[in-house]
Design a protein. Sequence first.
Length: 310
Amino acid sequence: MTRYGGPEVMRYADLPDPSPGRGEVLVSVKAASVNPLDYKIRRGDFRIVTGGRFPKVLGADFAGVVATCGPGASGPRPGDAVYGAIPLHLRRPGAHAELLRVEARRVRPIPPELSFVEAASLPVAALTALNGLRRCGDLSGRSVLVNGATGGVGHFAVQIAKARGAVVSAACRARNAGLAKELGADAVVDYAAQYPARAGSVYDVVFDAHGGLGFRMAAWILAPRGVYATTLPTPGVLLHLLWRKAAGGRRIAAANMRARPEDYAELERLIKDGAVRPVVGATFDLAEASRAFSALESGGARGKTVIRMD
């Protein structure tokens, strides 16, 4: 991106090759996914944090092969197939590039069950779903509604909730009902025809992967001691969260990404056991990155949107 704005500020161009520093590796990127945070950064939503120096390379999730290792880098070696995510708020170039400089502690071996494209779809979305549902407590036998159930975070949330023994209802577009069922949903709510909060059912957990439901609306369908988990914890939601902790009753949980080694290990176990599989709805070449952003911003994406570097 050459400045803050819409897809028109994105360019396909050459930058100098990065070199790994101490404790870092240089990854030859094969695939990188696009997350809502990417286009929000491009729009300038977080410019106080991301600063005014351009050009900026976006992208947190990546999968590729270790090219070289910097001094003091332990763990991955040249030739290893790895995946992971980098924090974009540190003002360093992101993963939408052929080469990525990243701390060695942030890379993981790619599970043998996954391709580069599938591995690149995992970290931000899957770890967000994993942490958000963890904060909802024991899900065994409980009723869970996932709003935005076939999107990037939502399709992982459906599978993880099901793996934890929940009875899962999926709120999505009618055309995605078949996918929701394939992912393990026990019931499907068409939120275009019937908004989830007016469906008449009551749930122990409402996981708002889309972020647009809001606590006030979710409270209508939450059990008396139910939990509302949202991927968009606005200041108002956070204030509600603190108040609810003190007052008891219905709770609010912030569903944000947590990327500890034990989180990756849990996710990889779910993949190995066949309980979780990534769904890649669309892929684009690196030269078409602006189209990938537009596709995600338009809404209604199935699974993850991934950029290929090959």
